[in-house]
Design a protein around this ligand. Structure first.
Ligand SMILES: Cc1cc2nc3c(=O)[nH]c(=O)nc-3n(C[C@H](O)[C@H](O)[C@H](O)COP(=O)(O)OP(=O)(O)OC[C@H]3O[C@@H](n4cnc5c(N)ncnc54)[C@H](O)[C@@H]3O)c2cc1C
Length: 401
């Protein structure tokens, strides 16, 4: 909550409420639970930046500031299951954890059962081609051809929710949305762990790296004394331990074994997990996923400049889509619906911004693209620790914001 502008923070809070109430209303079994987020800082510099950002939040929005507590005393850290070598941590209320695949699968199944969704799995779109002379008999007129190996469909509007892979279909976005390969592990909890961890966890600078992009994140599955459950789902480790490139990489079949080894040993040294914890935990599973890094740190939502009308994007959450994607998609669909009905999509987009229903910084425009291209490229931002910009404070130190 303390590392972004207030309109973005408000929007993320709205997303969390929207997703949580949808899950509760529909009783979706996806391991959803409201749970405070504990963000831990392992270098004095990163902790000092976080403290400054928190001071700023308290000044700008005392109401939001109330949701965040800063702790650095050993006793307080111990209560949060954090080792005393940690420089400090924040505890944020209003956060939640869930199993995204179960959540998304439920939604897709529901829409298919209702007969409102035609889902074609394992069918990559190969290209999207403008139709130069739309058939005037069709209403509304098809403006694009969507080409797949299994056939072509025509559409009046095409909305790309292709995240990291967007530039495959819109090459001009190649430097604006960049794929990044990240590692995940499902670690067996140590036998000495008595209770499920009380928070989700973020780790900044755990390997004592000053690169602000260095982060790991943890959520524990429902805990049980049956050790086939309660997996510690730990991801990250790229900056700390990677031996193969990750930025610009979209192949999720590769796993960097040194990152997996690093993740296996990361928790015993950072969290209090019981009396008899081995130096390294066992990974029951390890895999990689691809997230979409935005060059200016914000998602891209809206119609695509330089293309005929009817091509839309909603993508690039820079590893942070859970509290963004739902309401970004809702806004995109509302704007498309407004235009379909003969209304003014641009006017509606501005109304959504003014009503706090979409941050202005998320809207696509030619000006924003030009401004983003003045920033260092994503790989450079990653190497100097400012990817995601406002999150770390490092961008300010380096004079980028
Ligand atoms: C390891 C890892 C950990 C993460 N942890 C967190 C976290 O803790 N919190 C958080 O908020 N976010 C996290 N994220 C980011 C989060 O997963 C994304 O922000 C979120 O999944 C974005 O949702 P999306 O539907 O927009 O895109 P995606 O989930 O990336 O889905 C894009 C879809 O588009 C499909 N697609 C792409 N190209 C084509 C094509 N040409 N034709 C057809 N289909 C296509 C893909 O197959 C994919 O299914 C993490 C990401 C990774 C990789």
């Amino acid at each position: 909550l303390y590392s972004k502008s207030i309109d973005v923070v408000d929007f993320e809070v709205q997303n969390c409420i929207e997703v949580g109430s949808y899950i509760e209303q529909n009783k979706i079994q996806c391991e959803y639970r409201p749970v405070p987020a504990c963000r831990t800082f392992w270098t004095e510099r990163s902790w000092s930046r976080a403290s400054k950002a928190l001071d700023r939040l308290n000044k700008e929005s005392p109401e939001l500031g109330q949701k965040v507590a800063a702790i650095s005393e050993k006793d307080d850290l111990a209560k949060a299951n954090v080792q005393p070598s940690c420089s400090g941590a924040t505890l944020t209320q209003g956060a939640a954890g869930l199993w995204p695949y179960k959540y998304v699968s439920w939604i897709l199944t529901d829409l298919i059962k209702k007969g409102v969704l035609n889902l074609q799995t394992n069918t990559p779109v190969l290209s999207i081609e403008p139709i130069s002379a739309p058939d005037s008999d069709q209403s509304p007129k098809a403006r694009y051809k969507v080409v797949t190996e299994r056939g072509t469909i025509e559409a009046h509007n095409v909305l790309l929710a292709t995240n990291a892979y967007t530039s495959h279909l819109i090459p001009s976005f190649a430097d604006l949305i960049v794929p990044v390969r990240e590692t995940m592990t499902a670690l067996k909890p140590p036998t000495s762990q008595a209770e499920r961890l009380p928070h989700t966890y973020g780790f900044i600078g755990l390997a004592r790296s000053e690169n602000g992009s260095s982060s790991e994140y943890l959520i524990q599955r429902p805990f049980s004394t049956n050790k086939t459950e309660g997996h510690l789902m730990l991801g990250g480790g790229r900056i700390s331990a990677a031996t193969i490139p990750s930025v610009g990489q979209s192949d999720d079949s590769l796993i960097d074994s040194s990152v997996v080894a690093y993740l296996c040993s990361a928790l015993p040294s950072s969290l209090l997990l019981g009396d008899d914890v081995p130096a390294s935990l066992t990974a029951d599973a390890a895999w990689t996923g691809i997230w979409g890094a935005s060059r200016d740190g914000n998602p891209w939502v809206g119609d695509v400049p330089g293309y005929p009308e009817g091509l839309w994007v909603c993508a690039a959450y820079t590893g942070h889509g859970m509290p963004n994607a739902t309401l970004c998609a809702k806004a995109a669909v509302q704007i498309i619906g407004e235009e379909n009905g003969g209304g003014d999509g641009v006017a509606l987009a501005l109304k959504l911004v003014e009503g706090g229903k979409l941050p202005r910084s998320y809207l696509i425009s030619k000006e924003r693209i030009e401004k983003a291209r003045k920033l260092p490229d994503v790989e450079t931002q990653d190497s100097i620790g400012i990817l995601g910009l406002k999150r770390t404070g490092a961008a300010e130190d380096l004079g980028y914001i």
